[in-house]
Design a binder for this molecule. Structure first.
Ligand code: CO
Length: 420
């Protein structure tokens, strides 16, 4: 929902231009025709101020305003099989960096299992000195940590060969979300079981109907990885792995195994379906890159973005998100002319490693065509590439790990569409 039409207090700079100035001055409207300016009309006490509101605890677990019912997760395409599907986060409707838990993107391979936490167990075995079977109560007793991290599906932004002009940012970039995760560090549990020196890889297996399984190299497992039971202050949502999931910061989302039931330490990768047939990157010479884990620096403008309609010329705040699987974002540059010139955006604190970073830039739309782009730089010095730079190296068959610069096209009519 846009609040752009609400009259705000104007500072020295008139952000809302003529429309708001006219509002305060009392230009013609229905109210004015009845001998009242809009100011007098807006000062009248509305119906909901004349009566008592809803009582407390209705419902006990609060839900968004009914006026926000258009905000929700949606699939980009109709899934071929309903339990093997994905839905995107509505980035165009969100503010700040935290994704509400109920709007976190989904990617399931056999639906969402209904797991009783009393019966759930985590087994840690393989090349360890003391194999363990842990209950949820056992896991809750270990020292806990909380981390703000993004999760991004490596299939996010399927634009290797371009995308549909009709796609919104939910459809181009919605397979990213950001949460505060709380749980036990994986390294804490590995200390508890006693990792043997030959241990190099860890198989993580989910309790869903797909038994989703991935091989995690030891350096990733020891790099702050979490066995999480909470998200944004409450227990995980069922669709996010309740009651237990792996969370690997900066790593393709598929490896952060949900409904985690087993960790097996081995001396080599386990070559599961999800790292041989799927989640590999097909190169132009016919070979496939395997074990491409890190999500490289990327950014996207969320407002204005595909499907938006600019109504009036004048001030707009360009807003967007940037992130890097390799650390902090250090800069985001924004272009309104398709990359001919760039301006540095303001980064909203906190700017955290492997977390979403919110950026903003003031812009005056003169009413002509514009091509809006953002370009992220991370603390390693890596600069988000244009699509051609990616294609030159990887061809167009990769399917996964597209992090090219996104272009939104603004028409003189104010219509905004995907120009990737
Ligand atoms: Co990959």
């Amino acid at each position: 929902m846009s609040f752009a039409s609400s009259g705000g207090r104007l500072g020295r700079r008139q952000f809302l231009g003529g429309a708001a100035a006219g509002l305060v001055a009392g230009t013609a409207s229905g109210a004015a025709a009845q001998g009242q300016g809009p100011l007098q009309g807006a000062l009248q006490v509305p119906a909901w101020t004349r009566e008592q509101g809803e009582g407390v605890a209705s419902p006990p677990y609060g839900v968004p305003s009914p006026f926000e019912k258009a905000v929700g997760r949606r699939p980009r395409t109709k899934p071929a099989f309903p339990t093997a599907a994905s839905t995107g986060t509505p980035l165009q409707d969100l503010h700040g960096i935290i994704t509400p838990s109920g709007l976190h993107y989904e990617r399931h391979h056999a639906g969402v299992p209904a797991i009783d936490p009393e019966q759930h167990r985590l087994v840690i075995h393989g090349l360890v000195d003391r194999p363990l079977v842990l209950t949820m109560n056992d896991i809750a007793r270990f020292p806990s940590v909380s981390r703000l991290w993004f999760l991004e599906c490596s299939g996010n932004t399927p634009q290797w060969t371009g995308g549909s002009a009709k796609w919104t940012v939910q459809e181009t970039h919605g397979l990213i979300s950001c949460s505060e995760w709380t749980g036990v560090r994986l390294s804490t549990l590995l200390d508890e079981v006693g990792l043997r020196p030959q241990g190099r890889w860890i198989l993580a297996e989910g309790a869903d109907g797909a038994a989703m399984s991935r091989s995690i190299p030891l350096d990733v497992a020891l790099d702050d990885a979490l066995i999480a039971y909470a998200q944004n202050g409450e227990h995980l949502r069922p669709e996010q792995g309740y009651p237990l999931r792996l969370v690997l910061p900066g790593i393709e989302g598929n490896m952060s195994i949900k409904w985690l039931r087993r960790l097996k330490v081995g001396d080599q990768p386990f070559q599961t379906r999800e790292e041989t047939s799927k989640y590999t990157d097909l190169m132009p010479d016919g070979t496939a890159r395997q074990f491409t884990f890190v999500m490289e620096a990327k950014s996207v403008i969320t407002s204005p973005s595909g499907g938006h309609q600019l109504r009036d010329k004048g001030f707009y705040e360009i807003r967007g998100l940037a992130w890097s699987g390799r650390g902090r974002i250090t800069a985001v540059d924004v272009s309104t002319d398709g990359g001919a010139t760039w301006r540095r955006a303001e980064l909203q604190a906190p700017v955290l490693s492997r977390c979403l970073t919110r950026f903003r830039l003031p812009w005056t739309w003169e009413g002509g065509p514009a091509l809006l782009q953002s370009r992220a730089v991370d603390e390693t010095g890596y600069v988000q590439p244009v699509r051609q730079q990616l294609v030159d190296v990887r061809g167009v068959n990769s399917q996964y790990h597209f992090n090219g610069i996104q272009t939104w096209k603004v028409e003189p009519t104010g219509e905004v569409s995907n120009a990737a």
